[in-house]
Design a protein around this ligand. Structure first.
Ligand SMILES: *[C@@H]1O[C@H](CO)[C@@H](O)[C@H](O)[C@H]1NC(C)=O
Ligand SMILES: *[C@@H]1O[C@H](CO)[C@@H](O)[C@H](O)[C@H]1NC(C)=O
Ligand SMILES: *[C@@H]1O[C@H](CO)[C@@H](O)[C@H](O)[C@H]1NC(C)=O
Length: 282
């Protein structure tokens, strides 16, 4: 039942996409259906977000944001990579302008690690890590950002960045957009979303004003507070209608990130006993 409903949503979203009017009331679509992009932001000043990357198809089409957190690792949302394999995507670094290749460089993934509980419960654990097959050359316009575990307070300010349409169904800008948003505590966020189970403790919510938000901004992209990464864009109610947006909270996924980056997941090549144990079935 649940699966059918999700598929229907997806089909409906594909058919309607941006044509869907933002005037009418809609459920909270996760960004795989709405291609979350920033509304009401402004062009990012040069050098604002050297950690920002663009996830692209091999043909160079931008589809999600991401963040450099290590020489070989990009963090993004699981829903951005759910239908991808490492050989189908490339990562643009070193530019805030998708059309300017003077300082940019592409890197290629060799591994994508989604959170094992992505979408269970629905829309939860929407975080993924992408390992590159080569180390990123850091420079003036390309660097990693540290991630933070600090507890945030109501109204703390975060910087959201992303490429995308400036309104629902609008144009995709080539220049990175930015918007200052404020931290919304979990209980308040949940209440604003009518206590929906979609908002869980792994989310960090933000709000600016009606008409401003991570609506049709870049899914998977960074939210930075005091120069440190604290969240990545997950979903919102399209489009900047006055509800807080929900993002994956980095501090909540600390373990997932540390464990994955240290490459300490061991793969067993042999199922224990599979070849030597006789069957106990009769
Ligand atoms: C990384 O992958 C890309 C695309 O497959 C390939 O062109 C490149 O040579 C690889 N780089 C390294 C260092 O293996
Ligand atoms: C919450 O419920 C109210 C009243 O039914 C409705 O107007 C509003 O759009 C709902 N908000 C969300 C985020 O679903
Ligand atoms: C959400 O839950 C809180 C705490 O249980 C309750 O006080 C509030 O009325 C609920 N809000 C909605 C919109 O259901």
């Amino acid at each position: 039942m649940q699966v059918t409903r999700l598929l229907l949503l997806l089909v409906a979203a594909i058919l309607l996409t941006a044509a869907k009017s933002h005037q009418e009331s809609q459920p909270i679509f996760p960004p795989q259906f709405t291609k979350e992009r920033i509304v009401g932001g402004e062009e990012a000043a040069p050098g604002l977000a050297p950690y920002q990357v663009s996830l692209q198809t091999l043909k160079g089409q931008h589809f999600c944001g991401g963040t450099i957190i290590d020489e070989k690792w990009i963090i993004t949302a699981s829903h951005c990579v759910i239908s991808q394999t490492p050989d189908k995507i490339k990562i643009l670094t070193g530019t805030q302008d998708l059309k300017d290749n003077t300082t940019s460089a592409y890197y290629y993934p060799d591994k994508i690690v989604m959170h094992c509980n992505y979408n269970s419960p629905a829309y939860a654990n929407d975080i993924a890590l992408i390992r590159l097959n080569d180390s990123i050359n850091f420079n003036d316009v390309t660097s990693k950002v540290d991630y933070d575990y600090a507890v945030m307070k109501a109204d703390d300010e975060l910087i959201l960045t992303g490429w995308g349409t400036l309104s629902l169904g609008g144009m995709v800008p080539s220049k990175l957009q930015t918007l200052k948003v404020k931290y919304v505590p979990y209980e308040m966020c949940k209440e604003k979303h009518n206590n929906s189970s979609w908002v869980d403790v792994g989310h960090l919510c933000t709000f600016n004003d009606k008409g401003k938000g991570a609506c049709h901004g870049d899914s998977g992209g960074p939210l930075v507070h005091d120069g440190k990464l604290v969240a990545l864009v997950n979903w919102g109610r399209p489009c900047a209608q006055g509800y807080p947006d929900a993002h994956a909270k980095i501090s909540y996924y600390h373990d997932f990130i540390r464990t994955t980056l240290s490459n300490c997941d061991k793969e067993t090549t042999e199922k224990p006993g599979a070849t030597t144990q006789p069957s106990l079935d009769f």
